[in-house]
Design a binder for this molecule. Structure first.
Ligand code: DON
Length: 615
């Protein structure tokens, strides 16, 4: 069978070995889907059985699945299913990305949505060309550098409410992806319908969404359309309830019929603008009409012979990922041992230095000078690496100024897809913090982002992620807020795809993607192991090395000067969704056991020599 998982890596902890059986249970379920499809079992075997029949994920169970043809990893089972259905019907990775993105927007409104934005990094197997698409939110034309400061204080509108929203980019990004890279074999309408149906007929409220609604219920209650969606009977929806989004279904139907024009013009745009400005926001119809998706040149680097392809500004993700990998490349991590004191020390010191640069240099490069090539220059990485004292932590004050970190994990989402032809696509999408601005834009049913919080309000005031950022990143009309999203593709030395990576987590996105890649490249971990492995995070300020529960670090780190904080069992770093391509060609997709995602994969019949079936 062209499907397998491996959990036998020597570095796998006994806890992870135990988790292997859970993973295997799931893998068998998905594997059967593929095989039964191959064997000609009716479509429903894959549509209704496997993903639904899996037992509820536990906080520590890795989820891995492999197929010979295509694979997808997302943070929601419904989204993986929609994407997998598209692949099996002959759509390519880009088509699958579109369908999965719309679905995840509906079922994880705490993470992403039509009212948000995102980035795509892709690799076309046929041409060998890679590229990036920027669907990041844009500041409305009414934005200004001082818009979030009154009487010397940062106002609440920087964090929540109608004024915290940027002009959404997601729908146009998906429309662009479909038009420029779609296979043409699946209609746009067919890609939107699964999401519309879930909006109209409802989907189950899982724990992370229930938690977010409860946490923000008082603020959600300020806005009638938000109340209607998240507190339909006057009380916050709870885990196990159904989330029904009738207005959003109407908007999705308009998008299905008219494409992105149905969102950026016509009644939907009018409704978003009217409701937003009436409630104190500044998004006008013309801001929506003038929103542009941008094709961008990817950030590229090399790590131990692998080519790293990632997202350029307005994300800081690709730049700092490559910067950190450049530093780490001067050390024999494998020889040190996984999560040895020296390995953890080097991770922390690389993160500290990269985040100090983020605070100083990064912003939308269409507006300000960003020294991208200097930051990703291997020679600069060597200088930074030489600066690391292998016996002592460098106090962050000796590197540069900043602040605190908040608990964020459930918000923002990543999708990785690879198809039978080897096309790979990574997309991280967000409405920023949980439930974004908390403001549903009237009858459009669209929950707007609070991405303006990723701008600097005041260079001395940290944003929701405790990130202090420079005046380069102040809001300006049509500028895009600085991001940490890091959709990334790794190519083998021969140019074929080795892996597709990404995660949510604010600043922890960059460090999660870094560690996942290091786990694969330096420590030979499988996909399931690489995402499940415990992680650490340092973002320069505060000068704290956060370590997930279960990392067996000793007293040495503290004696070297690291300020270590062990996170509680319920606090994971990131929610990675990755796919690795094994040397036998199998695509192994893994969803982070920290989240509620499920991956999917399939094997085309002809791979096994049987007649191929298409639906
Ligand atoms: O673009 C960014 O960097 C943030 N808006 C991402 C937010 C996020 O990942 C929230 N996470 N859990």
């Amino acid at each position: 069978m062209a499907i397998a998982t491996h959990h036998e890596h020597p570095l796998t902890s006994s806890a992870e070995q135990a988790e292997g059986s859970v993973a295997l249970g799931f893998f068998v379920a998905i594997g059967l889907a593929a095989v039964s499809f191959i064997a000609g079992t009716p479509h429903s075997a894959a549509s209704d059985g496997p993903l639904a029949s899996v037992s509820q994920p536990t906080a520590s169970s890795p989820r891995t699945v492999a197929g010979g043809s295509g694979a997808i990893a997302t943070a929601a089972p419904e989204a993986s299913r929609a994407g997998l259905d598209v692949l099996r019907k002959g759509g390519n990775a880009y088509d699958a990305m579109v369908a999965a993105s719309f679905v995840v927007s509906v079922v994880r409104p705490q993470s992403t949505g039509l009212g948000g934005g995102g980035f795509v990094v892709y690799y076309d197997a046929g041409s060998g060309v890679s590229g990036a698409i920027d669907g990041r939110e844009m500041a409305p034309s009414g934005a200004s550098k001082s818009m979030y400061v009154e009487d010397g204080k940062v106002i609440e509108g920087y964090r929540v409410g109608p004024l915290s929203a940027g002009v959404p980019g997601l729908v146009k990004m998906l429309d662009h992806l479909y038009k420029t890279k779609g296979s043409g074999r699946i209609s746009w309408n067919d890609l939107v319908q699964p999401a519309r149906e879930l909006a109209e007929f409802g989907c189950v409220v899982r724990k992370p969404l229930a938690r977010a609604i409860k946490k923000y219920s008082k603020k959600l209650a300020r806005y009638p359309a938000s109340r209607k969606v998240f507190m339909p009977r006057g009380k916050p929806l709870k885990e196990g309830d159904r989330l029904i989004q009738t207005d959003l279904a109407h908007t999705l139907q308009t998008i299905a019929a008219e494409g992105a024009d149905g969102f950026y013009g016509g009644w939907v745009a009018d409704e978003i603008a009217k409701s937003n400005t009436a409630a104190g926001g500044v998004i006008r119809s013309m801001d929506l009409a003038s929103y542009q998706v941008k094709d961008r040149k990817t950030i590229e680097g090399t790590y131990r012979g692998f080519k790293v392809i990632s997202m350029p500004p307005p994300s800081s993700g690709g730049v700092h990922l490559v910067e950190m990998l450049n530093m780490l490349s001067h050390h024999d991590l494998a020889g040190m041992g996984w999560h040895s004191t020296r390995h953890l020390h080097l991770l922390a010191e690389s993160m500290r230095r990269a985040f100090a640069d983020r605070a100083e240099y990064m912003a939308d490069a269409d507006f300000v000078d960003v020294p991208v090539s200097k930051l990703i220059d291997p020679a600069y990485g060597k200088n930074l690496s030489d600066d690391v004292d292998m016996e002592h932590a460098t106090p962050s004050d000796d590197v540069k100024p900043g602040t605190l970190l908040v608990k964020e994990r459930e918000h923002t989402t990543h999708i990785s897809v690879i198809d039978a032809d080897g096309n790979a696509v990574a997309s991280t999408q967000t409405i920023n913090t949980a439930l974004g601005s908390l403001f549903v834009a009237g009858a459009s049913g669209v929950l707007l982002n609070n991405e303006m919080n990723d701008f600097t309000a005041d260079p001395s005031a940290p944003n929701a992620f405790g990130l202090t950022q420079s005046s380069k990143n102040l809001p300006e009309p049509k500028k895009r807020p600085l991001s940490s999203m890091t959709p990334t593709i790794l190519l083998n030395p021969d140019g074929t795809v080795r892996g597709v990576f990404g995660s949510p987590g604010g600043p922890k996105i960059i460090t999660t993607v870094l560690q996942t890649i290091v786990n694969v490249v330096d420590f030979g971990m499988s996909a399931g192991e690489a995402v499940a492995a415990r992680r650490v995070h340092h973002q320069w300020k505060a000068d704290v090395l956060r370590i997930e529960d279960g990392v067996p670090y000793g007293k040495q780190l503290a004696s070297m000067g690291h300020h270590v904080e062990t996170l509680g069992k319920d606090r994971g770093l990131g929610n990675a969704q990755i796919i690795l391509v094994r040397s036998d060609g199998a695509r192994v997709a893994a969803s982070d056991p920290r989240g509620t995602g499920r991956p999917g994969a399939y094997t085309r019949a002809k791979t096994l020599g049987a007649p191929e079936r298409e639906h």
